[in-house]
Design a protein around this ligand. Sequence first.
Ligand SMILES: NC(=O)c1ccc[n+]([C@@H]2O[C@H](COP(=O)([O-])OP(=O)(O)OC[C@H]3O[C@@H](n4cnc5c(N)ncnc54)[C@H](O)[C@@H]3O)[C@@H](O)[C@H]2O)c1
Length: 317
Amino acid sequence: MRALVTGGAGFIGSHLVDRLAGDDGEVVVVDNLARGSTANLSGALASGRCELIECDVSDPRVGRLMMARSPDVVFHLAAQIDVRASVSDPVHDARVNVDGTVAVLDAARRAGVAQFVLASSVAIYGVTPTLPVTESAPTEPLSPYAASKLAGEIYLNQAGRLHGLPGTVLCFGNVYGPRQDAAGEAGVVAIFADALLNGRPSMVFGDGGNIRDYVYVADVVDALVRAGSQPGDGTRFNIGTGIGTSDLTLHGAVAEAVGIAQAPEFAPARPGDLRAMTLDATVAAQRLGWTPRTGLDEGLARTVAWARLQASVPDRG
Ligand SMILES: NC(=O)c1ccc[n+]([C@@H]2O[C@H](COP(=O)([O-])OP(=O)(O)OC[C@H]3O[C@@H](n4cnc5c(N)ncnc54)[C@H](O)[C@@H]3O)[C@@H](O)[C@H]2O)c1
């Protein structure tokens, strides 16, 4: 499979690139390295099956690249992913997540790409009366980030109707795993692991009862590969476990994986934080044959092992 992966130097994208290159695919990565790194791609680049083009997704070079390489599938993962940054600078968020997505969609349909997979986010649903949330639930973006991710979905569907571009939307829960950036606000597993491994206090907002759906990155990559292997009709598939884990429970589980008994410190609840969110992935099971395979304990063990290597902290367990 010839694939073009935007955001391929980032957390989820680099795992996808490893998988595609490992399956004997040819992968072109488009990433401006705003957050991602070449270190994330070291294995794939060394394999000779991956090429990194360092440029912005809105750069006209992307259109020329798409024409020249004629990928079978485009995975669009490049994004501004920080919800709070989107609140403080919604214009930048829209430039990356709306303009950037429109540019990549346009380049893909001009090049006659056979399948376009778009990474979306659970954030599009907002407050929902029933959990786990299904794809038919109304959307209610509560942040510029959520609005820009939903706009990407609408543009993908529009490109399908107007130009016949086949596409699929994957709506991820809270993805965690090795290579997630602990400096960002999104990766709470990475943030907890980094603090606990380095002997710093770890912070829980509010009463610790907020609930999220944590899905391991290898399972997310499996969903991406499945979605990339068949032409889509614009359908959105939820990609989550359906299992809710509270912040306090997660903190305890990460501390256990690290091998220390450290209680979190409590900070005031953050305005706008959802109380609970979990995803119903029944449709992904039925139509993509996807189910999550990695339990939280196993996923946390792998994530902490990786974080320990980064921090060069000896195993205390
Ligand atoms: N991590 C999660 O929990 C999660 C949850 C839901 C949805 N998502 C979505 O999955 C995708 C990947 O997220 P991630 O966690 O791997 O984030 P990430 O920040 O690690 O990866 C994003 C990549 O995009 C690149 N990028 C950003 N702006 C760019 C631009 N203008 N041009 C080119 N490259 C650019 C960054 O350098 C980075 O490598 C995003 O679309 C995100 O919205 C992630």
